[in-house]
Design a protein around this ligand. Structure first.
Ligand code: B12
Ligand code: SF4
Length: 471
């Protein structure tokens, strides 16, 4: 058999990484691909959404490539998509390996549930993936390399990667970037990137399975080098930095901004930040360096809820962070939660009042969803609050969602409150007019209008009948 590649990393047509209309690049796979290439393996990335492939196009492309190994990835809420892709790719290669959050969280259980899998890569897979390829090439004899879980062998975890600068930049040349879109992109062509990994905070709902609590960061020089490559080599104008905690060390953010300015790099970027990571001076510097949007985990406008979630932040700081960004002309996005134990439906309207008064530009309200392994999951299961429901917000990627139903909340109440909050934020005439003007200025009217219509339709639609099943 003449192979054109040794390994193909594949993402099937249903998994777009975000919403159906806005596929995002498969960043975990692009990191793995870069390390495999560096180790001398011939690698392909087959991202159905990125290449516009339907089911038959996807399998046909893999069949033509004839890889020896196919690698899959996925998050827990998307495990049905992992299983579907596994069925498709199994006949097309000799071995299939799964990496990513789901594999890492469930380990042996994931392997047991998917008998067609040959191996799992647990945790950050840069070193383990190429070690696994070498192990398989040598006949798979003896113990598997660290970070690799196979049946009937003891598992040895891989070492945490401390020096992120030593990793190669994601292999973006392996995917076409024409189809990737992001709702907050402000320029033509989009990609995402990671400049640090991990977060030392202790929010009870956060799943840090992959990146952990130890914060590890790339140097400003390395980060801006990648940004320069994104702009120059790939002609991409807009980047989202999806770090868990981009602003943890202020001096590093300042150094990144200074370096962007020094290199005169003309690129727009968004980052995700904690509200205590932004000061007025930093926001101004970030804006000068091309930052157009910052997303904050606001979570709630009620201090007792922030304390319950162990967020270690206060409502006033959130207000100041939003104000600092407004002052610097940076758009703000907030993520907030509905159904927090101890918060009544009426109290959740306080969060709406808070974000409206603070002048936030966009909000995503979600039901509080506990993942196995988090403190909140343990509490929810011991209190009997854990449910599989179909209460979704308009941007959720899942089909059903594990949700908390604490005392005072029913599935209907959650759904009603979510719609009330979205409607109360987005369906304000003055807000819509302001956003339309801004979107027109940035050439984003079409994309933003489509999203606006989707949200409006969702807010105004009658209650979908929820499917409630006690977990
Ligand atoms: C960026 C991000 C997003 C982005 C983009 C996702 C994307 N497809 O690129 C957006 C905002 C769209 C998003 C959406 C969602 N996300 Co998200 N997201 C993240 C975030 C912040 C970073 C992920 C990332 O890019 N990491 C950088 C890369 C390099 O790491 P990585 O992908 O994990 O890959 C490494 C390893 O996992 C491994 N690996 C991964 N794949 C493979 C494959 C092979 C073959 C091998 C060998 C190794 C390997 O090696 C890689 C390199 O070290 C994480 C938090 C985190 N730190 O993990 C949450 C996180 C992964 N998301 C989460 C969730 C729940 C979601 C949603 C379900 C939310 C929702 N309700 O809609 C959706 C699902 C989208 C989808 N269809 O898959 C949860 C997952 C929890 C779980 N147990 O599954 C996390 C952990 C957040 C959290 N703290 O709770 N997300
Ligand atoms: S600050 Fe963000 S990344 Fe850090 S633990 Fe809390 S939710 Fe997770």
């Amino acid at each position: 058999v003449r192979r054109t590649v040794d390994i193909a990393l594949a993402r099937g047509p249903e998994d777009t990484g975000a919403s159906a209309t806005m596929p995002l690049p498969p960043m975990g796979m692009l990191h793995i691909a870069a390390s495999l290439e560096q180790a001398g393996w011939r690698v392909a990335v087959v991202d159905a959404a990125g290449e516009g492939l339907d089911e038959s196009g996807f399998t046909e492309r893999l069949r033509t490539l004839r890889p020896q190994v196919i690698g899959l990835s996925g998050m827990t809420p998307m495990r049905h998509l992992i299983a579907r892709d596994l069925q498709r790719v199994r006949p097309l290669c000799e071995r299939v390996v799964l990496g990513g959050v789901h594999a890492t969280r469930f380990q042996q259980q994931a392997l047991d549930e998917m008998p067609d899998l040959d191996a799992l890569v647990i945790g950050e897979g840069e070193a383990s993936a190429s070690a696994l390829m070498s192990w398989w090439s040598a006949g798979g004899l003896g113990a598997p390399p660290p970070g690799v879980l196979v049946r009937d062998h003891p598992f040895v975890p891989a070492e945490v990667i401390d020096d992120l600068d030593a990793l190669p930049w994601p292999a973006r040349h392996l995917v076409p970037h024409d189809r990737y879109r992001y709702v907050f992109q402000t320029r033509h062509r989009f990609t995402s990137m990671i400049s640090s990994r991990g977060c030392p905070f202790r929010c009870s709902f956060c799943d840090k399975t992959i990146s952990g609590s130890a914060w590890r960061a790339r140097s400003a020089d390395d980060v801006v080098g990648e940004l320069e490559e994104i702009r120059g080599r790939y002609d991409i104008g807009s980047v989202c930095i999806f770090d868990d905690n981009f602003t943890l060390r202020r001096s590093r953010v300042e150094a990144i901004c200074e370096e962007i300015l020094r290199r005169d790099l003309d690129i727009h970027w968004k980052c995700e930040a904690r509200v205590d990571g932004i000061t007025p001076a930093l926001a101004k510097l970030m804006a000068r360096a091309g930052c157009r949007t910052v997303a904050f985990g606001i979570e709630s406008g009620n201090q007792h809820s922030l304390d319950f979630l162990k967020k270690d932040q206060d409502v006033e700081t959130a207000g100041r962070a939003i104000a600092a960004c407004r002052e610097a002309r940076i758009e703000t996005v907030g993520y907030a939660l509905v159904g927090i134990p101890g918060e009544t439906p009426v109290e959740s309207l306080e969060t709406l009042r808070f974000v409206r008064d603070a002048g936030l530009d966009f909000i995503q309200f979600s039901t509080l969803s506990p993942f196995e392994g988090t403190e909140l999951y343990d509490l929810a299961t011991s209190e009997g609050w854990y449910r599989q429901t179909s209460v979704l917000n308009p941007v959720d990627a899942e089909q059903t969602r594990a949700t908390l139903l604490p005392p005072g909340w029913s599935e209907e109440q959650l759904d009603r409150t979510l719609r009330q909050l979205y409607g109360g934020f987005y369906l304000r005439p003055a807000y819509l007019a302001r956003q339309a003007l801004r979107a027109r200025r940035d050439g984003l009217l079409g994309a933003r209008a489509r999203l606006g219509l989707e949200v409006a339709r969702w807010c105004l639609a009658g209650r979908r009948v929820g499917r409630s099943a006690a977990a």
